[in-house]
Design a protein around this ligand. Structure first.
Ligand code: N01
Length: 865
């Protein structure tokens, strides 16, 4: 299409890389919109059009680093190498552009200089450097994250240099002959690590100016042989299955949980194996705590350093190449081919510009504070004004004349990394605060374009003119993303992830570090709730969805669960459910060594049942300690005294109380009312015998978690009604109270996370069987004739829990009946979280509330009031 100087279309797409090409196809061919595209490059390819430096290559396997949306493209394109080089990726994108027939919508060699919103017409106007304008209702900014190069502004005198200066990302298309030349490369990031070995082979002499040494793991590149190519073409579906369910968006094997949980020999063998294999798997498939635990990270960091020392002959150079100032993986992990070996060449010299910084470039040299290096060529591999740079370069001015540069003066503010309040109908593909840095880009891009297209369709179908997020959603997202980032070690590096590589750029939250599956689940939750957090036209935005409200530590646990291919509980068999509930033990802090554990048993109505007593330090000698009888959760069909051992041990230590956990018969083998009969019998047994262990039978508290909370509530009622033990209090942690509860939280959090409303219903059905009445007070204690005279109650609920409201309602009903009651809701937490203490620091709040609640009760009784 010939470019018109003033045109109007439905949507403008800026950028013709993976994002822009797919966006034009999607909007034009699936939504039927008119679309124009602009790109400063001379053709399609995005970053792969610009980055033509020697050695430029992708470090995610070709089969994974490619589009997944088109069967035809997948079948027809054959990759020649495990990791594709730049020319091959560029050819691939040109092939895709032709296949999709999208080139004709793009105007190339066009620099967009401003993108301005008109709130009267509800349109954007894009203006290019040569004065052309184009208006459209929607703009898709698909400008990538690393395309505004720093270009040496930090080196005084660079413009005076009489030799040649090349920026890696602006490499001349015709190539550069460096034969016989003295070349200096500044920068040892991913680009430097690729370009240095190639230049070293050509140049007479190569000086590498290194400010920060970088970890690099072997790439392990090799050709894809013809039989494999044929197999790939036929089996790409299998090859790509699970990609989106893994941290990086590539189907790499899941890691072992912790580098610290295995012995050093086993760990070394694992690192050796992954080192030999090459690729990102060294990070993603070794140990799951490398990016969250510094001690775990040290094991990998030290391994890499050892390999550097082994490879580089000169010990001084080797030491200079060993990174020590940041944990492994906290800068974008680099992958190398002969990088460290290159320093064994006679024509290569490494200069440490951390200890002696570059102070001046002269006509013939680079001068550091301690020496001058004569050069013919300077190569800048110094990185980019990443993530926000390319967007700010488009001159965005939104509603009320507010410039994006001003809104983001302190760092980016976005919702999902795809939308900005005050900038309606704008979608930033893999924008700031999206999963950009840790998500295989072609797939991340497809997800974002699909999201944008769905949002546009929603607007068009509604007849409204705009879709726009708001500041509340941005704040919630910013808090979530920052919280997740701070749970990782990434802030420990001065990287482009942190905005720390460009002088003057604010250090802020630029990346979503929770990985692809969590990010996708959050976006899916937004979509499933009719674009929650977005206003469509003048309609008020639906509230922030649960996944975006999660406590960041919980979000990380949920993200890890999503990577395990775990079935939702409602789809599990009984055995799978039981296995899943026992698995929570992996998420718990160990029992403090001060707590003594006594294995015992009690006589239940049907059989002799195991029980466990946790004695805090000095219990037997002190005598007369308060006693907590704790019933485990598990939906009446799962759970055990093993699964709750660690929380109970900690409870005993933190409260200085004796904790007793009786086992009880599980449904469906032993249906209702077996569990309540057992637990009530256990309570009576404790009252009769606990004095032998130093417990005070006059100060017994019943407590339970989830279904155990229901059993505790029922036990309290039975103790009242059947002349049972006098209880000091009842503590109900997010209890399920009524099989047939019809509450708002069962609707709002119907899909969980962690437990869904359907899973809860399934467990109740398993407990009650076909015939038992849900209305029996032994099943639904809220239906008791009277709640008066029950022991004081503490109900702790979790905000993002389908069962939240029934527990809170029960608490309010107790209070109305005159029972001293406290109801506490923990924001951002989920069902089952009491069992995640090793990963969720806020679990400590539960025991703090319990201690606070029980303290006056226990001390009053102790003094005989
Ligand atoms: O840029 P970088 P990059 N004085 O910012 C140094 C993608 N990519 O182009 O660490 C002296 O990582 C700087 O030193 P320091 C990939 O996402 C992918 O290498 O700031 N030195 C650092 O060593 C990657 O992360 C692929 O102390 C200065 C280097 O320059 C992203 O692009 C290949 C300096 C910059 O490293 C960017 O990588 C290539 C100064 N004033 C790139 N300023 C693959 O797919 C900067 N440096 C394989």
């Amino acid at each position: 299409m010939p470019a018109e100087s003033n045109s109007s279309v439905d949507a403008i797409v800026i950028g013709a890389g993976f994002g822009g090409l797919y966006a034009v196809h999607k909007l034009r061919d699936e939504l039927g919109l008119t679309v124009r595209g602009f790109d400063l490059a001379g053709g399609p390819g995005g970053t792969w059009w610009w980055n033509r430096y020697p050695g430029a290559r992708c470090d995610i396997e070709s089969i994974h680093y490619s589009y997944s949306f088109s069967d035809e493209i997948q079948r027809e394109w054959e990759w020649s190498e495990r990791y594709p080089a730049q020319p091959e990726i560029l050819s691939y994108l040109e092939f895709c552009a032709d296949k999709l027939d999208v080139r004709k919508e793009f105007t190339f060699n066009k620099r967009v200089t401003s993108t301005v919103w008109d709130d009267t017409d509800k349109t954007w106007t894009v203006t290019t450097e040569d004065g052309e304008t184009c208006t459209a209702r929607f703009v898709i900014a698909a400008t990538g994250n690393v395309n505004i190069p720093k270009l040496g502004k930090e080196f005084p005198g660079l413009e005076e240099f009489a030799g040649e200066v090349y920026a890696s990302s602006r490499w001349p298309h015709e190539g550069v002959d460096l034969t016989g030349k003295r070349v200096g490369v500044i920068g040892t990031g991913s680009t430097g690590i690729q370009i240095i070995p190639v230049i070293a082979q050509q140049a007479a002499h190569l000086t590498v100016f290194q400010r920060t040494p970088n970890y690099a793991v072997p790439l392990g590149n090799k050709p894809v042989e013809p039989p494999q190519r044929r197999w790939n073409a036929e089996n790409w579906r299998e090859l790509r299955a699970h990609s989106r369910d893994r941290l990086l968006g590539a189907p790499y094997e899941n890691p072992e949980p912790s580098a610290l949980a295995v012995d050093p020999d086993e760990r070394r063998a694992r690192f050796d194996e992954l080192w030999r294999q090459g690729g990102f798997q060294f990070l993603t498939s070794s140990y799951g705590d490398l990016l969250t635990d510094e001690r775990a990270n040290d094991t990998a960091a030290e391994y890499v350093r050892e390999r550097i020392r082994e490879t580089v002959k000169d010990p001084k150079t080797a030491e200079l190449l060993c990174p020590t100032d940041h944990p492994y993986g906290t800068k974008r992990p680099a992958l190398e081919t002969d990088y460290f070996l290159t320093y064994n060449r006679d024509n290569v010299e490494l200069v440490d510009v951390r200890s002696a910084p570059i102070e001046q470039v002269t006509a013939t040299s680079v001068r550091t504070t301690d020496r001058e290096y004569e050069l013919d060529v300077i190569v800048l591999a110094t990185g980019f004004d990443a993530i926000t740079g390319s967007l700010l370069n488009l001159g965005f001015v939104g509603r009320d004349g507010v410039a994006l540069a001003d809104r983001w003066a302190d760092g980016p503010k976005t919702y999902l990394g795809i939308s900005v309040s005050g900038f309606p109908n704008l979608f930033t593909i893999t924008g700031p605060q999206s999963a950009v840095a840790l998500y295989n880009n072609p797939l991340a891009i497809e997800d974002h374009v699909d999201f944008a297209a769905a949002a546009i369709k929603r607007v068009l179908d509604s007849g409204a003119a705009t879709i726009e997020t708001n500041e509340e959603a941005e704040r919630a997202w910013g808090k979530e993303v920052e919280g997740i980032l701070n749970r990782t070690l990434l802030p420990k590096a001065n990287s482009w992830y942190m905005g720390a590589n460009v002088p003057g750029k604010p250090r802020a939250t630029y990346v979503f570090a929770g990985g692809a599956p969590l990010y996708r689940a959050m976006c899916a939750d937004v979509m499933a709730r009719d674009f929650a957090g977005f206003s469509i036209g003048d309609a008020p935005a639906p509230g922030i969805p649960p996944m975006v409200q999660l406590d960041p530590a919980v979000a990380m646990v949920v993200g890890a669960m999503l990577q395990q291919d775990m079935k939702p509980l409602e789809e599990c068999t009984l055995e799978e459910t039981r296995e899943a509930i026992e698995g929570f033990a992996l998420l718990q802090d160990p029992i403090p060594s001060s707590v003594r554990v006594v294995e015992t048993s009690y006589r239940g109505p049907a059989d002799e049942r195991p029980a466990r007593i946790y004695l805090p330090e000095g219990a037997e000698s002190t005598g007369s300690l308060p006693v907590i009888v704790y019933f485990h959760g598990g939906g009446f069909v799962a759970g055990s005294i093993d699964a709750c051992a660690r929380p109970c041990g900690n409870l005993a230590a933190e409260l200085g109380a004796i904790v007793v956990t009786p086992s009880y018969r599980l449904a469906p083998e032993a249906p209702f009312p077996a569990a309540t009969d057992d637990t009530y019998a256990a309570l009576c047994w404790v009252a009769d015998t606990i004095a032998e262990h130093g417990g005070d039978p006059a100060r017994i508290v019943v407590m339970g978690e989830s279904a155990g909370g229901q059993l505790a509530a029922v036990a309290a009622q039975r103790a009242r009604d059947e002349n049972g033990p006098e209880l000091l209090a009842q503590v109900l942690l997010y209890p399920t109270i009524d099989a047939e509860a019809d509450t708002a939280s069962r609707v709002e959090y119907a899909a969980g996370p962690v437990i869904s409303a359907d899973a809860a219903r399934g467990m109740w059905a398993g407990y009650l069987g076909e015939t038992s009445p849900a209305s029996s007070v032994l099943a639904s204690p809220a239906r008791a004739e009277s709640l008066a005279g029950l022991p004081p109650a503490l109900v702790v609920s979790c905000e993002c829990d389908p069962l939240r409201d029934e527990g809170e309602d029960y608490g309010r009903a107790l209070e109305a009946a005159g029972v001293p009651t406290r109801v506490v809701r923990l924001e951002g937490l989920v069902h089952g979280v009491y069992n995640m203490s090793a990963y969720v620091p806020r679990v400590a709040e539960f025991n703090r509330y319990v201690a606070e609640f029980l303290q006056p009760l226990t001390s009053r009784t102790a003094v005989g009031v």
